[in-house]
Design a protein around this ligand. Structure first.
Ligand SMILES: Cc1cc2nc3c(=O)[nH]c(=O)nc-3n(C[C@H](O)[C@H](O)[C@H](O)COP(=O)(O)OP(=O)(O)OC[C@H]3O[C@@H](n4cnc5c(N)ncnc54)[C@H](O)[C@@H]3O)c2cc1C
Ligand SMILES: NC(=O)c1ccc[n+]([C@@H]2O[C@H](COP(=O)([O-])OP(=O)(O)OC[C@H]3O[C@@H](n4cnc5c(N)ncnc54)[C@H](O)[C@@H]3O)[C@@H](O)[C@H]2O)c1
Length: 457
């Protein structure tokens, strides 16, 4: 049997449901196909549960530091089942919200199952054929599991399996020193685990400037996290004490034994079992769906949104992909993904808020630069809160007097960065800030000061 719709969406993650809402609102019949959990990665195994756990870890840290603030508590204990239950509630509430939203859309059919193309714009799900004039792929990604020697012989955790843990590992070894690895490393250290981060590169979060990597490493080590960089030939083996992780670093012990190992070495797009070859849809060498500036794939009438197109790896970039597709197809827009100014945050504590180019990227561009940096020890709000790790840094083009990028690594950095993100989106020059009156005491109030301190560099 074949069912025909105006549009088919594969994946009910971040972009799919929002696009379904717009398409059904325009009177179209739409099938949305989901093989696992509505809400996808962010809701079920990504942003939402991790930031809920990060909040518990922050509470633990504040409690541990209570005496510094003159707040005397009794012995601090971690109630992991309650922590896990908090995250579970956030997941379930959010998933239900998404399911209810889908159920409220007239003309929408939610099909549960794994979709695979059998021909252009024709997909098979559970033995049934669905076809449509327009197909939108929002299939996301999953944890990449490299073929480390021994990986099949040991139990390892990924972002999906670590979230429901109801006990604190004695010693968590985190392989991968970037977003996922560092957020879990710090949170579990705060829950009381011994934590070792093993990173193959010479420094943590290598996409960032070196001063950012160094500062993050400094405050993580200050909390007792052991960081092993330059790890090569990673191998895993069963050990009476848990799992032995061979690191072969240039210095230090050649092996780390942990009770648990988390693999956080990147993501892989869910495009390997989608029958893309049957539909003329090209992928790149990493499996990401090739798209143009409007997110159209190489096949007529097929678009790809979110993590699977390799243009972004965040919830807000997936959402923005939906906005671009909807604006162009339904509102007569001419929006392009290349116009997006990328911002993001890393939720270690204190967080890193980022927008635009790093200083390293700006230097590579060869333009004349202005750079300004201010330590958080000279930001009143940070001093008052007793959270003075980090710095604010702005990089601007000396000729156009426009901001090229910024990093706010410090308390409230994930929020304060939006002042700069908005300036960049407004295409405002440095001088625009001159007469703004920021609120005292905030981290953001120092942005005009940092701009005022910009010097040729
Ligand atoms: C631990 C972790 C923390 C994160 N934290 C943040 C954060 O703080 N901020 C942030 O911006 N981003 C964060 N991210 C990234 C964010 O979760 C993703 O960028 C976002 O979820 C991508 O959305 P998406 O719609 O592209 O894909 P997904 O949310 O992955 O959704 C894809 C959906 O498609 C379904 N699917 C796949 N293949 C098929 C098929 N063949 N048939 C049917 N259905 C299919 C899947 O089951 C899934 O539900 C985090 C990610 C992780 C792993
Ligand atoms: N705060 C956020 O917005 C947030 C949080 C978590 C995840 N995410 C998203 O999830 C994606 C995946 O995050 P991630 O941290 O898994 O991937 P990543 O690609 O950011 O980092 C992977 C890290 O693992 C290291 N690595 C790779 N192979 C290794 C090996 N063999 N041995 C040791 N180290 C190795 C890399 O050098 C790198 O530092 C990110 O791109 C991000 O967009 C976002």
């Amino acid at each position: 049997m074949t069912r025909t719709f105006d549009a088919i969406i594969v994946g009910a993650g971040q972009a799919g449901p929002a696009l379904a809402n717009r398409l059904t609102g325009a009177g179209k019949t739409v099938a949305i196909i989901e093989r696992h959990l509505v809400g996808g990665t962010c809701v079920n195994t990504g942003c939402k549960p991790t930031k809920t756990l990060v909040a518990s870890a922050y509470a633990a840290r504040l409690a541990q530091r209570g005496a510094e603030y003159g707040v005397l508590t009794g012995p601090i204990a971690i109630d992991m089942p309650t922590i896990a239950a908090r995250a579970r509630k956030v997941i379930l509430d959010s998933r239900k919200g998404n399911e209810d939203w889908l159920a409220s859309m007239p003309g929408l059919t939610l099909v549960r199952g794994h979709a695979r193309f059998t021909a252009p714009r024709r997909l098979e799900v559970n033995g049934e054929t669905l076809e449509a004039a327009q197909v939108f792929l929002n299939v996301g990604g999953r944890a990449r599991i490299p073929d480390f020697p021994g990986v099949d012989e040991v139990d390892y955790l990924t972002n999906s399996t670590i979230i429901p843990l109801e006990s604190v590992p004695e010693h968590l070894v985190v392989v991968g020193g970037s977003y996922i690895g560092l957020e879990f490393a710090q949170m579990y250290r705060r829950f009381g685990a011994k934590v070792t981060v093993v990173e193959q590169g010479p420094r943590l979060i290598q996409r960032e400037d070196e001063d950012v990597s160094v500062e993050v490493r400094t405050f993580l080590e200050a909390e007792g996290i052991v960081v092993r960089t330059d790890a090569c030939c990673i191998r895993l083996a069963q050990h009476p004490g848990g799992v032995a992780v061979g690191v072969d670093c240039n210095e230090g012990e050649p092996e780390v034994v942990g009770t648990h190992v988390l693999l956080a070495v990147g993501r892989q797009p869910n495009t390997d079992d989608l029958g893309l070859d049957k539909a003329g849809i090209a992928v790149d060498e990493h499996g990401y769906i090739v798209v143009d500036d409007t997110l159209a794939t190489t096949a007529d009438g097929v678009w790809a949104m979110g993590d699977c197109n390799g243009k972004g790896a965040f919830t807000h970039t997936a959402w923005n992909d939906y906005e671009i597709v909807a604006a162009n197809l339904l509102d007569g827009g001419k929006r392009k993904v290349s116009e997006r100014i990328l911002g993001y945050a890393l939720y270690v504590d204190p967080p890193l808020g980022r927008v635009g180019m790093s200083e390293t990227q700006a230097r590579k561009s060869g333009r004349p630069l202005l750079v300004s940096k201010r330590p958080m020890t000279r930001v009143g709000r940070a001093v008052e809160k007793g959270e003075t790790h980090g710095f604010m840094k702005i990089v601007a083009d000396a000729e156009t007097r426009k901001i090229l990028g910024a990093a706010i690594l410090g308390t409230g950095g994930d929020e304060a960065i939006h002042g700069i993100l908005d300036m960049m989106n407004a295409d405002a020059s440095l001088d625009t800030l001159q007469w703004a009156v920021p609120i005292h005491p905030t981290v953001s109030e120092l942005i005009p000061t940092v701009v005022g301190d910009l010097k040729p560099a």
